[in-house]
Design a protein around this ligand. Structure first.
Ligand code: SAJ
Length: 426
């Protein structure tokens, strides 16, 4: 084949289908035999609008084959996960190392290896290159070696894959050129070349770190605004009317598999992470702040029913990785109750969870009506379209209490107040 894509997850699968739909002979490879056989039956495991049809088109054209073996290819794209190892506080590069090792025996002179996975600066040169060179090939001379990070947003992946600009950095100019020629076949966005692979790795992390740090500032603004009794969103909108101000939005915390992790990758081989680390903490502390907003409305949360609306990590997606909603739920369940009057241990609050986008059966999700029935408080933790459409009259009639904590500012405050609901916004 021309291209072998290693790892058929969130990035590898759409990328493999993209190249196939642009006429390349592509083999999609994954270590999971189960995933390979599911995909071959047309069962796409990733929930993403349009992805199933996009992959099916690639499979049916015969240009994309899903296999459980690596095949010799002109281009090898490594799209494996790089999880954050919480114990060592470092990137777990074992999947990248395994993919590089597995590729090495199949390499031929003139092939190109492209690392797409998000990695700490220095990984392409420091980790991948030595593994490839064990075969006797010299990176940059016999084989090209490049970092070309993906930058797609879930929910709009296929469009973003095509339209976003890409940063490409190779171990030398020849390597960079090889990757540029490949990606320019489908890319509508600009290709920008970085001086080297480490710069490209650094830039990818910097983009997510910028966003995370900016959100931390917005979260601090929300807390300040509460103390001044003003609306943080209105203040941010007015501030953003200045041509050089671009504040993001506050929320119940920062979730997903990128923003909460990439700032730590950025600082992994340096001692200089300071503002960025504090921003990370501020965002991590937001679920606790939301819990306090709820708690402030009650003498005690003992025996109360609290509905959490939204356990996805953000609006209109079904992905629950590092979900702020789940954090809020966990912290409410673990809340220290100071019910001194009761004889026995106080009954913890009962938490109901709803999310129309999440299909994960292990989460004990309830339908919206059941979740809000008899609730003393409702906490909206995702800006799903379904939640903006909730009728306040119905909500008020089903709830026992009246507190609605709207961490994403998506409900119509005036209409909610008219229905005698107490709206608390971040
Ligand atoms: N969030 C806020 N306030 C905001 C924006 C987002 O609290 O103003 C929260 C969201 O609710 C969510 C978290 O941040 O919990 C992350 O969401 P996101 O939409 O910012 O980002 P991701 O994780 O879905 O995707 C990011 C994107 N990076 C940038 O926009 C710089 C995407 O382009 C990357 O490809 C992706 O990370 C990645 O894979 O690295």
């Amino acid at each position: 084949s021309t291209i072998c894509v290693h790892g058929l997850g969130y990035i590898g699968l759409p990328t493999a289908a993209m190249f196939a739909n642009y006429g390349y002979e592509v083999v999609g490879y994954d270590v999971s035999e189960e995933l390979v056989s599911r995909l071959n039956q047309g069962d796409v495991h990733i929930e993403e609008p349009g992805l199933r049809a996009f992959v099916t088109q690639a499979l049916e054209s015969g240009k994309l084959r899903i296999e459980s073996e690596i095949v010799p290819s002109k281009y090898h794209l490594i799209c494996v996960p790089t999880p954050f190892d919480t114990e060592s506080q470092r990137a777990d590069l074992s999947y990248v190392e395994a993919a590089a090792s597995a590729t090495t025996p199949h390499l031929r002179t003139g092939d190109t290896v492209i690392l797409e996975s998000t990695v700490p600066p220095g990984t392409t040169v420091g980790t991948v290159q030595p593994i490839l060179e064990e075969s006797g090939f010299e990176a940059g001379k016999d084989v090209a070696l490049v970092h070309c990070p993906e930058t797609v947003l879930t929910g709009d992946m296929i469009t973003e894959l095509k339209q976003n600009d890409r940063v490409i950095g190779g171990v030398n100019g020849v390597s960079t050129e090889a990757a540029v020629r490949l990606y320019e076949t489908f890319l509508e966005g600009e290709i920008r070349t970085a001086a080297n692979a480490t710069t490209a790795e650094f830039v990818k992390l910097l983009q997510n770190t910028y966003r995370d740090t900016n959100i931390a500032l917005a979260n601090e603004v929300a807390k300040l605004a509460r103390d001044y009794r003003i609306d943080s969103r209105a203040a941010i909108e007015l501030a953003n009317s200045h041509p050089r101000v671009d504040l993001h939005q506050p929320g119940p915390g920062v979730g997903g598999h990128c923003l909460p992790i990439d700032p730590w990758f950025l600082g992994q081989e340096s001692d200089e992470l300071d503002l960025v680390a504090r921003a990370r903490q501020i965002n991590d502390e937001m679920p606790a702040y939301v819990v306090n907003l709820v708690d402030d409305h009650f003498e005690s949360l003992a025996g109360r029913k609290i509905a959490i609306l939204g356990i996805a990590y953000k609006g209109n997606v079904g992905d629950t990785r590092m979900s702020p909603g789940l954090q809020v739920a966990a912290q409410l369940r673990a809340i220290e109750l100071t019910d001194e009057d009761s004889d026995g241990p106080a009954e913890p609050p009962r938490i109901s969870l709803n999310d129309p986008h999440v299909t994960d059966q292990t989460r004990d999700l309830e339908d919206l009506e059941t979740a809000i029935d008899g609730a003393d408080a409702v906490v909206i933790t995702c800006d799903h379209d379904e939640y903006a459409a909730i009728d306040p009259e119905t909500l008020a009639s089903r709830m026992r209490g009246s507190v609605v904590v709207d961490t994403k500012a998506i409900v119509d405050e005036d209409a909610y107040r008219e229905s005698a609901l107490t709206v608390v916004r971040l």
